[in-house]
Design a protein around this ligand. Structure first.
Ligand code: FE2
Ligand code: FE2
Length: 215
């Protein structure tokens, strides 16, 4: 639970109860300016996640909320040193743990903006997009329905986009190869990591997804 504001106490570190409406644009520009690759990745995640949410039956309003949250799922990476985040080598276990803190850092950034239902929605996705349906994720090792459906959707969008994208350490994969890895498993992942309902939505969304991510 978040603490309330206390009269007569220094509240400077408390989030404002009603943030100004400019936070989306501000965060959007900060992410784009400081880390264009992360920004592009986040747009891809937002595209996949919104298609999945629509396929699952979310209202258009909720589809947009999932898209907005996906755009900022990795915002905590702005607080990780770039030389570690983009190290062209295998990370040490200690460095890996540091990178994994990005979900907590993202949650913290969003809390500092303010307390609104929309910010709570976005924060949940930032904090929990690395949880795994089989309980093997982080930071809280949640499993199944302990993880919110929007976060389970963002997880599938995130992994999909990351595999599909070209990175300094890996080639791009085709849409069909990504789908096969996620639904059948490979040396890095098991389908048990993902909500089966969201994986089903991924399979049925493939034609639309290929079209949306054609470039
Ligand atoms: Fe992430
Ligand atoms: Fe990501």
């Amino acid at each position: 639970m978040r603490t309330g504001r206390v009269v007569g106490v220094d509240n400077r570190h408390e989030p404002p109860a009603a943030p100004d409406e400019g936070w989306v644009a501000r965060l959007w520009h900060e992410q784009a300016d400081r880390d264009p690759a992360l920004h592009t990745h986040s747009i891809h995640v937002g595209t996949v996640a919104s298609l999945l949410a629509r396929e699952i039956g979310f209202s258009e309003e909720d589809v947009l909320k999932v898209q907005l949250a996906s755009l900022f799922h990795d915002i905590g990476k702005l607080d990780i040193p770039r030389e570690i985040l983009y190290a062209p080598r295998r990370l040490t276990p200690e460095e890996r743990r540091l990178v994994e803190l990005h979900s907590i850092y993202g949650s913290r950034r969003l809390r500092q903006i303010g307390e609104t239902p929309m910010l709570a929605f976005v924060e949940d996705v930032a904090l929990h997009h690395h949880e795994r349906f089989d309980g093997t994720g982080y930071p809280e090792k949640l499993a199944g329905a302990q993880i919110s459906l929007p976060a389970r959707i963002a997880t599938v969008g995130d992994v999909y986009a990351a595999l599909w994208e070209r990175r300094s350490y890996k080639a791009a994969m085709s849409h069909d190869a990504v789908l096969a890895s996620m639904t059948e498993g490979d040396e890095r992942m098991s389908p048990a990591m993902f909500d089966p309902q969201v994986l089903d939505a991924l399979k049925t969304s493939m034609p639309k997804l290929k079209q949306a991510m054609a470039e």
